[in-house]
Design a binder for this molecule. Structure first.
Ligand code: 9D3
Length: 268
């Protein structure tokens, strides 16, 4: 998988591409990162890459010619995905990362200022992607997010079994993790984890995952695809009086009752 990154600030990526997982994937030939300095493709004496917006208003716009020249020099247009990182894009997700990981090469376009000239988007861009609803100074940090999330899905980059375990694929947040020592400043590791009782540990972790998801991301519990065992635990947790076997269709659908404890941490 090749990531070709078009930016006015290639230096921002130096530490990133040297970082452990990505550096190792590059060394092993599984991933390559090409950095293209858009400024190198400006033909005027001062390599100007921005200009005022037609129609007025504050802020500058990235000029189309250097961008188009840079993209064409890298063989864009040949059916390759060209991803423009922009706050006006579709929200990046694990699903999107999975789709992009199937490609042989991805071109990533990092905007600065107010963004790039619309005609470059029209002529070259296949996907407009945002990483979330907050304001960044440019697309570079967002491009690193995309490269990081996609590269680790490339076969061989990380161990297959750690990919399977990932919470977002199962639709729940992670359970808490502990390592040595058993007693850290008077805080003990939960007894069940020391028991060696694998089935009890599995159940406990699932329960903790559900509690964490209820507290931080309750909307995730309303989706299909939760394991049946998780749905059952969730139903009991939401209404302990129901007990096993009873049904309440409203709760089964993931709707919430007032005062069912979902609004605060139950500290269990
Ligand atoms: C005043 C309107 N702003 C749009 C919300 C202007 C503006 C803010 C930030 C224009 C560009 C930027 C720079 N941001 C990105 O290039 C960017 C980004 C982001 O800010 N948030 C989330 N994802 C992304 S991807 C690229």
């Amino acid at each position: 998988m090749t990531f070709s990154i078009f930016t006015l600030f290639p230096g921002l990526f130096e530490g990133f591409v040297r970082s452990s997982i990505l550096a190792r994937a590059i060394e092993r030939g599984l991933v390559s990162v090409r950095l293209i300095d858009i400024r190198d493709f400006a033909t005027d004496r001062h390599h100007v890459c921005d200009d005022a917006a037609y129609g007025g208003g504050p802020g500058m716009v990235m000029k189309p010619e250097p961008l188009a020249a840079a993209l064409e020099a890298s063989g864009a247009k040949a059916g390759k995905r060209v991803v423009y990182l922009t706050p006006a894009g579709r929200r990046f997700s694990q699903r999107m990362a999975g789709e992009l990981a199937k490609e042989e090469e991805i071109l990533l376009l990092c905007g600065r200022y107010e963004g790039i000239d619309q005609r470059v988007i029209d002529a070259f861009v296949s996907d407009e992607v945002s990483i979330g609803d907050y304001v960044l100074s440019g697309g570079e940090v967002a491009a690193m997010v995309v490269v990081d999330a996609v590269a680790r899905l490339v076969p061989g980059v990380i161990a297959e079994d750690s990919l399977e375990e990932e919470s977002f694929s199962r639709g729940l947040l992670e359970y808490p993790h502990y390592t040595r020592p058993e007693d850290f400043r008077g805080m003990r590791v939960p007894e069940v984890l020391l028991s060696g009782h694998h089935e009890k540990i599995r159940k406990w972790r699932l329960l903790k995952s559900l509690e964490k998801t209820m507290k931080h991301r309750p909307e995730l519990l309303n989706q299909d695809g939760l394991p049946a065992e998780a749905r059952e635990l969730l139903r009991e947790k939401r209404n302990p009086r129901l007990g096993r076997g009873a049904t309440n269709p409203r709760l089964e659908r993931g709707e919430r009752e007032e005062g069912d404890g979902n609004e605060r941490d139950q500290g269990t």
